[in-house]
Design a protein around this ligand. Structure first.
Ligand SMILES: NC(=O)c1ccc[n+]([C@@H]2O[C@H](COP(=O)([O-])OP(=O)(O)OC[C@H]3O[C@@H](n4cnc5c(N)ncnc54)[C@H](OP(=O)(O)O)[C@@H]3O)[C@@H](O)[C@H]2O)c1
Length: 483
């Protein structure tokens, strides 16, 4: 019986391992000493499925591996395992050393208004959208490869691609949810059936943009948070980035934290500094105790203490219950609940030493209601709300207030991950009294208020910021399916 590749990894020749390690470093830009043989690439190093696929592609090119032997997926959870798989392929297949076949030419997207006249046009278009959203090299994206099992494109990313694709093809309705499209070829077939045969296909995205942008803020003369230090977890992008930027504008020195999106975290801290604020970037997972140990000791050493903590980091799968695996539950729980708890308990002595502080946790208003596809987040965030009340009581003797912002759908990347996103957003807007969903700035407004001096007697509160959506009954259920 042959050994599992991860075991073989331990015995892979060190020159192969070193080459693999350099491939990983070139993709992730991580320092080499972090990239150890046995660290779990996803759980310990925060390298997501997109980056893992990029590493697999670079390794394949480095060793001339055939496309069907890419070192990826469950068999390659560590660099040692990848090196083991490479050693195995090189040992058993001289073909592996032959140059990789050149990529099939990919045609440019059709210009706005042109018809998708023949099959290959649509295929190129679908492939180009996949490449753009996943940032995979196009030669990896073969039409018949299984998106999840072979290409490592998880359901969340697939939903994101589908949302972009539908906009790009001008389709208001996607394939039926029950239709499990496992390959790009299947997606092309389903799209072809939905496209009016002689309709022009616009190339530019249609519909309103839903990107989170930190609105340019007027410079403030009053700096209510001058001299304060704030840590915002998961703040390289999205709502966390807007909160971090706002706290910096209010005078705080902000610790920006990122995990899967290290570049974004570094950039957010750089942007704050370049616009005259004070910021430090700390990379690490809130779900990993060793990372937290390192982050909080660096924070203490460099900044001398902490006044505010915003537990914004979150990692919950979006999809119906039959798509949520035990691993997804575990990841969501460890990030949102254990991560919030661990951050709060590590923040406690740093805040207590300064006479107190403020913590804001982040929930969703759908923790108290049903929203289709939000089960994993909703259930775990209900726990975050409960944790908030318990922290409020237990940390109050140290002068620490803990409150929660429970947001409704906020325009931004996360909403784009919902299947049939444009349709849903339109329904949610229609169901929101006033007709407009919240923005990241609305969430930042309330966060700032809860941390500031005007809410000194507010503790253990869950403040819903959803423009009234959760008070209505429409908009939360899936669209009626045709009978
Ligand atoms: N957007 C909405 O509509 C909405 C609605 C209600 C509530 N919320 C809540 O608001 C918060 C922000 O949401 P969002 O939409 O901006 O983005 P999100 O997709 O929920 O991402 C949250 C952030 O968490 C970070 N993160 C994930 N795993 C992490 C880990 N292990 N350690 C450290 N950071 C980690 C991500 O950064 P990396 O990529 O660097 O890991 C990202 O910056 C979340 O708590 C979310 O649940 C959002």
């Amino acid at each position: 019986m042959s050994a599992h590749p991860s075991q073989q990894g331990a015995g892979a020749p060190s020159n192969i391992f070193e080459r693999v390690r350099h491939c990983a470093a070139s993709v992730t830009r991580y320092p080499l000493d972090i990239l150890t043989r046995d660290a779990q690439l996803e759980d310990e190093l925060g390298i997501d499925s997109v980056k893992l696929a990029e590493i697999a592609a670079v390794v394949a090119r480095e060793f001339n591996l055939p496309p069907d032997r890419l070192p990826r997926g469950g068999k390659a959870p560590t660099l040692g395992a990848i090196a083991g798989l490479v050693t195995q392929v090189l040992g058993e297949s001289p073909v592996a050393l032959a140059p990789v076949a050149p990529a099939a030419p990919v045609h440019a997207a059709t210009e706005s208004g042109k018809r998708v006249s023949a099959g290959p046009d649509l295929e190129s278009r679908v492939r180009a959208v996949f490449a753009r959203v996943t940032r995979y090299p196009e030669d990896l994206l073969t039409l018949h490869a299984d998106l999840e099992d072979e290409l490592g494109i998880d359901s969340v990313k697939q939903a994101e691609v589908m949302a972009v694709l539908m906009k790009e093809l001008g389709l208001s309705e996607g394939p039926k949810p029950a239709q499990r499209l496992r390959t790009m070829a299947a997606i092309c077939e389903a799209a072809r059936a939905l496209l009016p045969s002689a309709e022009p296909v616009p190339s530019a995205p249609v519909g309103r943009p839903v990107h989170v942008m930190a609105a340019p803020l007027p410079s403030r003369l009053d700096l209510p948070f001058a001299g304060k230090v704030a840590l915002v977890t998961g703040s390289g992008k999205g709502i966390g980035k807007v909160i971090a930027t706002r706290l910096a504008r209010a005078g705080a020195t902000v610790v920006v934290n990122s995990f899967h999106s290290r570049d974004d975290g570094e950039k957010t801290a750089r942007d704050i500094v370049e616009s005259g604020g004070k910021a430090l970037h700390l990379w690490g997972s809130v779900a990993n105790e060793e990372h937290l140990e390192r982050m909080f000791s660096e924070l203490g050493e460099k900044l001398g203490g902490l006044d505010f903590l915003v537990c914004n980091a979150s990692n919950g799968l979006i999809g119906p219950f039959d798509r949520i695996s035990p691993r997804d539950w575990d990841k969501a729980f460890r990030t949102c609940i254990t991560g919030t708890y661990e951050c709060a308990m590590r923040a406690r002595p740093l805040m207590a030493a300064r006479g107190g502080g403020g913590i804001v946790t982040m929930s969703t208003s759908m923790s108290q209601r049903y929203m289709h596809d939000l089960g994993c987040q909703g259930v775990v965030k209900a726990g975050v709300e409960s944790l908030t009340r318990y922290l409020a009581a237990e940390l109050a003797p140290d002068g620490i207030r803990t409150n929660c912002v429970s947001a409704g759908p906020v325009h931004g990347d996360l909403l784009g991950m919902f299947p049939d996103a444009p349709d849903r957003v339109a329904r949610w807007e229609a169901a929101t009294p006033g007709g407009r969903l919240c923005t990241a700035d609305d969430v930042a407004d309330v966060t700032e208020l809860l941390l500031g001096p005007k809410t000194q007697r507010v503790n253990g509160a869950i403040w819903v910021v959803d423009a009234g959506l959760s008070g209505t009954v429409d908009g939360l259920l899936p669209a009626a399916r045709p009978s």
